[in-house]
Write a protein that binds this ligand. Structure first.
Ligand code: XIL
Length: 359
């Protein structure tokens, strides 16, 4: 694809077409968004979130996390996760389920467990219940989230402290026994720009747990980054090429690209569009990249201002539900990928693969 020509001709002008519709036409499985519970009473929000042409996949931003599903031991609550899963059921959108085993948003009763056997039983019960509750409804599960430190060490979280790396292997095994149809993912941040210590350690970790029998089908790159400092398409493709040697699929799972100084002007807005295009372009050009999920789509509900005070406006829609240049630039990119057949020519069509096998 002639990127330069594309930039001259159609970037930053309003284009018709919606994200998931053009993503599918371009050969991706979905374009998705995270949805959090506080936004569910906002009709402006819901009109977009529930539109399958815009988002083919929904991820509960918080509803399925441990603190929301098993805040006290043995008492499982699914109201928050179900509120989002039920939207997907009504609209026919896919669900990316998030997340089973994570050190954050983890109740105190879990982090105070030190014994290996107890921790193993607790993880087993948690996954059997939560993944069991959503069985058959999740296209993918982020089974283990953020297990590595930026410097490449294993994160010394309560699960690791009790069980070592076995907690990762065990979690994947139980997830597969519980929901055999779900694609099981390892998911993390700062594993986009090839090739830092964390990426190398993640690869080594995935090898270790697969050798020990963990069914890891996918690696999710969260994709949180900053305007003007986000990884290039080339860097992300290099990472995905390495991950592609280990797993069946890769995905961008939590993309948002925040401005580090506010307020911003037109130049920063355009730069954000270019940065988003690098992510989408990288996914399009890697055959194993199945889709892209943004970590919510409007600045009104983005987690960024709370997490990084003074930063923000990271999403594709502003807080008043106006589409930003970044939205139009990625729709344009997906459209031109669809019409040039970029991905269909790079990826052998499943039907052809079946025919060859049958012959
Ligand atoms: C964030 C949510 O968006 C916030 O509402 C919550 O307060 C904290 O977690 N990586 C992840 C996500 O895997 O689960 C996090 O979501 C963002 C970073």
């Amino acid at each position: 694809m002639n990127f330069h020509l594309f930039l001259l001709s159609s970037a930053f002008v309003a284009v018709s077409g919606q994200l998931d519709k053009v993503a599918k036409e371009a050969g991706l499985l979905y374009f998705g968004t995270a949805v959090d519970n506080p936004s569910l009473n906002n009709q402006n929000y819901l009109r977009i979130a529930r539109d399958p042409a815009e988002f083919g996949s929904l991820t509960p931003a918080n509803g399925q996390k441990w603190s929301n599903t098993q805040a006290s031991q043995g008492r499982f609550t699914y109201g928050s996760g179900d509120a989002i899963a039920n939207i997907a059921r009504q609209t026919g959108q896919q669900l990316r389920c998030h997340t089973l085993v994570w050190y954050n948003q983890l109740p105190g009763w879990v982090s105070s467990v030190y014994s290996r056997d107890q921790m193993q039983q607790i993880i087993t019960a948690h996954i059997q219940n939560v993944a069991g509750h959503y069985k058959g409804r999740c296209y993918a599960w982020d089974v283990v989230n953020e297990a590595m430190e930026d410097d490449g060490r294993y994160r010394n979280n309560p699960m690791y402290r009790a069980m070592g790396v076995d907690y990762i292997t065990h979690s994947f095994k139980v997830a597969q026994q519980t929901d055999p149809a779900a694609k099981l993912y390892y998911n993390d941040f700062n594993i986009e720009r090839c090739c830092n210590a964390k990426i190398n350690a993640t690869i080594a970790m995935i090898r270790t747990v697969k050798t020990a029998g963990a069914p890891v089908h996918g690696i999710g790159m969260q994709g949180h980054s900053r305007v003007g400092m986000s990884p290039s398409k080339r860097e992300m493709k290099e990472t995905m090429a390495r991950f592609s040697e280990l797993v069946d699929e890769v995905a961008f799972t939590e993309v948002d690209i925040r401005h580090t100084k506010l307020p911003i002007g037109a130049a920063e807005r355009e730069q954000q569009g270019k940065d988003y295009m690098e992510v989408v372009g990288a996914c399009l050009e890697m055959p194993k990249c199945v889709g892209i999920t943004v970590w919510d789509f409007t600045d009104q509900y983005s987690w960024i201002p709370q997490q990084y005070p003074g930063e923000g406006e990271a999403c594709l829609w502003d807080r008043n539900y106006n589409k930003k240049p970044a939205y139009h630039s990625i729709v344009g990119l997906l459209q031109s990928a669809a019409s040039s057949g970029l991905r269909t020519s790079a990826t052998p069509a499943p039907a052809a693969a079946v025919a060859v096998t049958a012959a």
